[in-house]
Design a protein around this ligand. Structure first.
Ligand SMILES: Cc1ncc(COP(=O)(O)O)c(C=O)c1O
Length: 407
């Protein structure tokens, strides 16, 4: 067997595109985590303060979640053996869905293999080509892909611009198709909060369906981390609530909450649910333990917010552009540090890493051209000392590249 790097001519076009990324300075190599996902960990053999993970509440390596996973493996083995609709629905999958539904205060819930498939599978199955989707321009890629797969007509409204959404709704008011308004609860690249309540008003006024993707709001906003829908007191006004089990919950998966009929319909029609194997029982058990913790240890969320406030205040005082000038202002533990140009951002990120800080550079096409940034995420588990050390590294490296307004 040969392992040489021979490029088949059929694939040469991919190599060319990669070379283009290299020329633009936005090509990256995957950094490899060598221990647990925590505030201080080892990537590529280097000990760094970690400001890049979605492990908001430090649950990825929580002892209670580990125990739950190990116990489930002992009891049920490591795999479910089938898709949910054939033979792969285990008692523990049902328990998790019941647990989430009760937590969110809705009739029912369905768990998908990821937040991505929850969004894409739901949007693509509940709408058809006669229908309309009104989607915020900064909604997550999984919503965009689901919207395309549905073949519905897509109307994109300017970021958080409720008046623009209404204008688009008015244009299609007389059309027979269904209308679905979709927003992220928290936007993943800017950390700002979607106008869920105001969009619900529009949905009520125009008879539209309302959907919210709470991937970054679950475990972060609302009572005990119930999400943005709870934060805005809109539980009864949102038809489709999506959440993820992969970020604050610390494991893997996504879910949809809503009416019993919505969930039954998704059981029958959502393609990732129908055509992809269900979670290993250990993942379901881990998630159940995580929701228990959210109820029992709200102080984790309080710590997350107090760390977030401190970090943001210090960044702003030092002169970093953390959004609010040319980009939306962050309101959550996701804090972007705006750099602008893609190449400079990636170089900044690499220099931070060398200095002991893991903070990922994000460039086009994930964010618009000219709005490349370092995206930082605070967690409840960072100590004040680690945060101060991170600030010191950021400041020293930023000064070297003249990024600071008042340096
Ligand atoms: C807003 C948003 N929705 C959905 C997802 C997908 O969630 P998951 O990682 O569970 O697939 C993400 C994750 O990147 C996200 O940021």
């Amino acid at each position: 067997m040969t392992t040489g790097a021979r490029v088949r001519p059929q694939l040469a076009y991919l190599t060319e595109q990669l070379n283009e990324l290299k020329q633009r300075g936005t090509y990256f190599k995957l950094r490899v985590l060598e221990d647990e996902q925590g505030p201080l960990c080892t990537y590529d053999g280097k000990r760094v303060i970690n400001l890049a993970s979605n492990n908001y509440l430090g649950l990825c390596d929580h002892p209670k979640l580990r125990e739950a996973a190990i116990e489930a493996i002992r009891k049920y083995g490591v795999g479910s053996g089938a898709v949910r609709t054939i033979a792969g629905t285990m008692r523990i999958h049902m328990e998790l869905e019941e647990k989430i539904a009760a937590f969110k205060g809705v009739e029912a819930c369905v768990v998908f293999q990821s937040g991505f498939t929850a969004n894409a599978g739901t949007v693509s199955s509940i709408l058809g080509k006669e229908d309309f989707i009104l989607s915020d321009e900064l909604n997550h890629a999984s919503i965009i892909d689901g919207a395309r797969l549905s073949r519905a007509k897509i109307k994109v409204f300017r970021h958080k611009d409720v008046a623009h959404c209404e204008e688009l709704l008015r244009e299609i008011e007389k059309e027979p198709g269904r209308k679905l308004i979709i927003t992220d609860g928290v936007f993943s690249m800017d950390g700002d909060i979607g106008p869920v309540d105001k969009l619900c008003d529009l949905a009520d006024r125009y008879g539209a369906l309302m959907m919210v993707d709470d991937a970054h709001a679950s475990g972060v906003l609302g009572r005990n981390g119930r999400g943005s829908v709870d934060h805005f007191h809109c539980t009864d006004r949102v038809d489709v609530q999506v959440g993820t089990l992969s970020k604050a919950i610390g494991a893997l998966g996504g879910y949809v909450c809503g009416s019993r009929d919505l969930i039954d319909y998704l059981y029958h029609r959502a393609r990732p649910f129908l055509f992809s194997t269900s979670h290993p029982p250990s993942v379901a058990a881990t998630c159940i333990a995580a929701f228990d913790l959210l109820e029992r240890e709200p102080e984790r969320i309080e710590r997350l917010w107090s760390n977030t406030r401190y970090f943001k205040e210090q960044l702003a005082a030092t002169g970093f552009d953390i959004g609010g000038r040319t980009t939306p202002a962050s309101e959550t533990p996701i804090t972007p540090i705006l750099v602008g140009e893609g190449r400079a951002t990636m170089e900044f990120s690499r220099a931070l890493f060398e200095a002991g800080l893991m903070a990922t550079g994000i460039a086009f096409p994930t964010v618009p051209e000219g709005k490349a940034r370092i995206r930082t995420i605070m967690t409840s588990e960072h100590t004040r000392e680690q945060i101060d050390q991170a600030l010191e590294i950021l400041t020293t490296v930023a000064r070297k590249i003249n990024l600071l307004a008042n340096s």
